[in-house]
Design a protein around this ligand. Sequence first.
Ligand code: KQY
Length: 390
Amino acid sequence: MDITEGSPDLHGFRMPAEWEPHSQTWLGWPERPDNWRHHGVYGQSAFAKVASAISKFEPVTVCASPSQFLQWVNARKQLPPDVRVVEMSMNDCWFRDTGPTFVVREEGKSGPGTIEQNVAGIDWNFNSWGGIDDGCYIDWSLDLLVARKILSMERVPRFPKSIILEGGSIHVDGEGTCLTTEECLLNKNRNPNLTKEQIEDVLKAYLGVTKIIWLPYGLYSDDDTNGHIDNMCCFVKPGVVLLSWIDDESDPQHGRAVEALTVLSNSTDANGRKFEVIKLHVPGPLYMTDEEAAGFVPGGDAKPRLPNTRLAATYVNFYICNGGIIAPQFGDPKRDEEAVRVLSRAFPDRNVVTIEGAREIVLGGGNIHCITQQQPADPMFMPLQNGNGV
Ligand code: KQY
């Protein structure tokens, strides 16, 4: 069921906004001991909390490796019965980046060279966030197959694309606007032979967008991903964004946030709206402790995780599901509470569910948004009127 000719827009597809209705959410399962301390037990507990929270709003599938599928403290044992667990091999578990980017079309088209279904998936190329010299681990051969496996399991058509691109590096408003960062998408460790214009053309053809807003940088210290947008800025709705902010002018994140604010303030979206920017303070700053760093087992092929490293922690890396917001908490009482308040106000029709201990996911290099991947509902068969569950 590969679509080997043409890009999704040729078939009328677009990437829906995350707040549009989902049919389910996909997650992987952490285990590699060079990236997840104490052989992943704390990371697994955080993933289980996230999966369990989402499952109150929509179906969830967790993919776990053969050993984790059967081991005595396995995924099945830690997850609620209504979460589907399937076996899948992978190098690590960041399904935002290795899973497919799902696209939808409002009206099915049939005929020569087209397909009947209204949900499809883009299978981007992946190089472990920067390739052999600059990436997070050396062998990503199994990660390369994750999107294909998910799409095949769901019998969803697949659009393969050779450009290196991770899902965490793009956010869309579903109405033609894409947010991304130059730090990541123009990084020479991804697509050194493509110009900015050529990358824009791919985004337009594959995501069904007409306008790309380029923020110069992602979050300070988000070195694993080279500044993914999903740690820096995200849409609340068309024309409204949340931005990772810090007031301290001496903090390296401050200048990045100010530059992003300048770009956003001087931009309009695909429909000519000016942006309302809501500042969301980052916690801390937070750093990896000696004790935490001692829990990783070096000797795999992953980049070492070192003590005193500034953690890429932000509340902007939350997940929107049908009727819910799944939001990280980091044990910073002032900022944790503020984040819940800001998110509740930004999404008045959704329940904000907090995940205590999201720090464990951040120790692995990402956060809640990075470990989830939404599969949109078929727009032509939509039991829900919107993503709010009503
Ligand atoms: O945040 C992400 N999207 C993935 C981070 C990968 C970290 C690998 N150590």
